[in-house]
Design a protein around this ligand. Sequence first.
Ligand SMILES: *[C@@H]1O[C@H](CO)[C@@H](O)[C@H](O)[C@H]1NC(C)=O
Ligand SMILES: *[C@@H]1O[C@H](CO)[C@@H](O)[C@H](O)[C@H]1NC(C)=O
Ligand SMILES: *[C@@H]1O[C@H](CO)[C@@H](O)[C@H](O)[C@H]1NC(C)=O
Length: 371
Amino acid sequence: MLLYQVTLLIWNSWNFFACSISEDLIKETADALVSSGLADLGYVYVNIDDCWSAATRNLKGQLVPDPKTFPSGIKALSDYVHGKGLKLGIYGDAGAFTCKVRPGSLFHETGDAQLFADWGVDYLKYDNCFNLGIDPKKRYPPMRDALNATGRTIFYSICEWGVEDPALWARGVGNSWRTTDDINDTWASMTTIADINDKWASHAGPGGWNDPDMLEVGNGGMTYQEYRAHFSIWALMKAPLLIGCDVRNMTAETLEILSNKEVISVNQDSLGVQGRKVYVSGEANCLQVWAGPLSGNRLVVAFWNRCSKAATITARWDVLGLESSTHVSIRDLWQHKEVKENAVASFGAKVDSHDCHVYIFTPKTVAHSES
Ligand SMILES: *[C@@H]1O[C@H](CO)[C@@H](O)[C@H](O)[C@H]1NC(C)=O
Ligand SMILES: *[C@@H]1O[C@H](CO)[C@@H](O)[C@H](O)[C@H]1NC(C)=O
Ligand SMILES: *[C@@H]1O[C@H](CO)[C@@H](O)[C@H](O)[C@H]1NC(C)=O
């Protein structure tokens, strides 16, 4: 197991393309990550999800890429991706078959891991379909050991959908673990997942991250405000940020959200502490403050309005673990400006329905108590 100090920034094919993938798509995506500037911001993993593999293994028992859609093979693709300064991710399954019924890697861990390493793969997402009812605590460690034995640095992403509470056992097995069922491109799904992932906050940190699934930003099922909230909260939760849209064809709004450097730097903060929901008010608790510590004694604070009308959200210093006399300067990461120089005791702002403000709080005096 290698220690990963920060979460990764990734593009993954599944949310937008599902099984409609090919080597041309992967190459065009790599090109677009570079030309859009996203690669420069850290999105360097290009991850192929399910459906890259042929329906059966070859006579040597090895996985083979689908000859129609990946005719040049994965090694050629990884050479292309690496040539652009990017990294390649691939997908496998800790069961008899993948979710789309390609060969699974259960009981084939050693050979498959070596093949991935030989192809120059840098990341493995390892799914949970057709798992024969075997405990994930038995099925996931063999692939960790097989990846390790190759000697190649390969990020190991456990995707058992949170069914056996992986936050409790997957540190030391994988570098990240999904905490929930698959996300859908809806407000209801996104908010549900945020709340489930929040429960496991104390288990995340350098070397092992909670993964609330990939971003839907840019896929059309949510509003601009909702996508901004989705991106903000995922960043604050130190989720791996996996772009799930067609980066060859993004709107200006989508690119603006995904390339907000200040929000990305919250996600990539070296302290690696998952922010959490710290205060709720309003009808059905729909006015929410999410917060967490950052390096340099700073805090990230998000005001998330999950109500159906605009409303004022207020954070009191005591819910943030600050002494009420502390003077705090506050920067808004979506407006990209300082909004308050010497706030004391509390800070409030009006937030549109379903929108999310993200602030960095910099206390002027060191009065941030450990909790
Ligand atoms: C393999 O595991 C050992 C022990 O945990 C670790 O020190 C080493 O960095 C790992 N190597 C790779 C390539 O993952
Ligand atoms: C996404 O939709 C599928 C199919 O409708 C459903 O089974 C699943 O629970 C949904 N996931 C979430 C997190 O809402
Ligand atoms: C680009 O995205 C728009 C929707 O934002 C869609 O209507 C159009 O068909 C897409 N173009 C391509 C080439 O995929």
